[in-house]
Design a protein. Structure first.
Length: 584
């Protein structure tokens, strides 16, 4: 299965196709011009078109590939051999007015081009992961034998039995169809590979197909062929298409393909193997229909070989299926074990969390009693008029820190009750404006000591119209947490504003500051228990991370909603919306 990342590597590039498109258009125009030129010019023009294809096969990989250029250079070498053979053939035909002898240097170059092209396809298929292991080789053998059977019976054998041909003519004349068998078998493997999805490889396969068609036509019309024949359309088209394939940028996409240990039995590959398997009976029927000599021995041997290869292929499929099932069972067992371990870990984590809450609750209860005593006795001592100013200052510090510890213990106990789901409210109609005024007046000395301006903004016409259903002490705790945080996180010289407004059907409470702000990636976690922002930790600002957690719990208990807007370094605004009490 292809991963998302690997699928992305196969997307066809949309840019850089101008060179390939221009090569196709110019090649088509050059092919048209070829047929209106005189014979001498035709020979030169033919070679120039082939040379342009060789140049494209060399330049294209250098433009689009940083590595894995070997297949395209092999294609370039094969086409170059054909172009050199064309030049020699045209020299004999145009300059000397006769066909080259058989064999000639042109035949050697022509025949040398085929193995180079086949080698290029094999190297390309290896990079695709298609040629990997016995299964791919069996597929190639099945297709190659089936194609070779048809090519031998209908092309090579009739040519070798034709009267009036010398031994050299029989050998070299039959060598071309034999080379076509190799090229066609390699072409068939490229056709069923993943490469057919990309324009560059579609052009490459169209080029090979055009050459194969041209070779078959040439074998049938070799006696009447001459330079400028209509068969040259397919030869020239093969040159043009292979050059365009090398210039298309999608050629670079194929090398990043994930390798596979063995090719999958895709629909295209299955149909190709079925066609190869039925090659023997189809060939026999065609021979009878055309009245050809029946090659009974060859057909029988080929049928047995193909049947054995297909059986071997089926054995491979069965083994692959068994391996896949074993791997699936193993993966299922591993998944079940992982799920069991994960369940056990979750149970342990929940137990640890419960024990932690119990520990916090017990410790908080044990701390609350001595703290209450400390606060009470300090207050009694402070009432003594005989205390010196220095002693009174020391006791004030003790009282202030004891109050701080007392508030911390209250927060821990309250958080423990929230975790246990034991938050209960003594509800009544509460004037939210009065709660806000009281909170601001209570915290104003702390704000002035920190150098922060604390403002209370309430429109006069809305005075006394903010009755909500809730518990006054909890609403005061909610507002106290928000304003205390705003003062704590606002540098000296900043300001904090508490605003009240009344949108339709609800009361809107806003606490804004010009403080240090909150990072965007941390805002979603603000209301988590014990969470402290990285800015607070870096600046060593005191706190436990319970204030906003408790605030949200109180808002939720009053059927309200809380939200936050913040800009790092600019300030923060908390908004609390509470439903208004229905009028009596």
């Amino acid at each position: 299965m292809d991963t998302p990342a690997s699928s992305a590597l196969w997307r066809t590039p949309l840019r850089g196709t101008a060179a390939a498109n221009a090569f196709v258009l110019l090649g088509a125009a050059a092919t048209a011009v070829y047929f209106v030129l005189p014979p001498r010019a035709q020979a030169i023009w033919y070679v120039l078109i082939g040379a342009a294809a060789v140049g494209a096969l060399v330049l294209g990989p250098r433009w689009h590939l940083k590595a894995d250029r070997l297949p395209w250079y092999l294609f370039a070498a094969g086409i170059a051999a054909w172009v050199a053979g064309d030049a020699i053939f045209d020299y004999y035909d145009v300059q000397l007015g006769r066909e080259p002898p058989l064999p000639s240097a042109a035949d050697v170059l022509y025949l040398a081009g085929y193995p180079l092209l086949v080698a290029g396809i094999i190297v390309l298929l290896a990079k695709l992961g298609v040629i990997a292991g016995r299964i791919a080789l069996v597929d190639a053998a099945i297709v190659g034998i089936a194609l070779g059977l048809a090519q031998w019976i209908f092309v090579v054998d009739p040519y070798t039995h034709e009267t009036g041909l010398s031994l050299n003519e029989r050998i070299f004349g039959g060598a071309y169809p034999a080379m076509d068998i190799l090229l066609l078998a390699a072409f068939a493997q490229l056709l069923v590979s993943p490469a057919w999805r990309l324009p560059s490889y579609q052009l490459l396969m169209a080029s090979f197909l055009s050459v194969l068609v041209a070779d078959e036509l040439y074998a049938h019309y070799v006696q009447t062929y001459a330079l400028g024949s209509w068969i040259d359309v397919f030869f020239l088209l093969g040159y043009v298409l292979v050059g365009a394939a090398a210039l298309h940028p999608s050629m670079a996409t194929i090398v990043a393909r994930e390798r596979r240990a063995a090719p999958r039995l895709t629909t295209a590959r299955f149909l190709l193997l079925c066609s190869a398997f039925f090659a023997v009976p189809i060939t026999l029927l065609v021979e009878r229909a055309l009245g050809h000599r029946i090659h009974a021995t060859l057909l029988g041997i080929t049928g047995v070989v193909l049947a054995g290869l297909v059986l071997l292929r089926l054995v491979g499929l069965v083994r692959n299926e068994e391996r896949a099932r074993r791997a699936e069972r193993q993966a299922r067992r591993e998944a079940e074990n992982a799920q069991r371990l994960l369940g056990e870990q979750n149970r342990e984590l929940r137990e640890f969390d419960r024990l932690k809450d119990e520990f916090v609750s017990l410790v908080s209860h044990d701390l609350r009693t001595p703290l209450t005593s400390i606060v009470g006795y300090v207050d009694l001592v402070l009432d003594d008029p005989s205390l010196s100013d220095e002693d009174r200052q020391y006791l004030a510090i003790v009282a202030r820190n004891a109050d701080r510890l007392h508030r911390l213990v209250d927060d821990l106990l309250f958080a423990a009750r929230l975790q246990a789901g034991r938050l209960e409210l003594a509800v009544s109609d509460v004037d939210l404006a009065e709660v806000a005024r009281h909170t601001v007046e209570t915290l104003r000395p702390r704000a002035e000591a920190a150098g922060v301006a604390l403002q209370h903004e309430l429109a006069p016409e809305l005075n006394g119209s903010f009755a909500v259903v809730g518990e006054a002490s909890r609403l005061g705790q909610l507002l106290d947490n928000l304003v205390s945080n705003a003062v704590k996180f606002t540098p000296e010289g900043g300001h904090v504003a508490v605003r009240l407004s009344r949108p339709p059907g609800r009361a809107l409470l806003e606490v804004s500051d010009s403080g240090i702000g909150i990072r965007e990636d941390e805002r979603d976690r603000l209301f988590e228990r014990f969470f402290r922002s990285s800015t607070a930790s870096e600046r060593q600002i005191e706190g436990t991370g319970l204030g906003l957690y408790i605030t949200k719990a109180i808002v939720d208990a009053h059927s309200g909603r809380i939200s936050v807007e913040s800009e790092e370094g600019e300030g923060t605004t908390f908004r609390v919306e509470l439903p208004l009490a229905e009028p009596a």
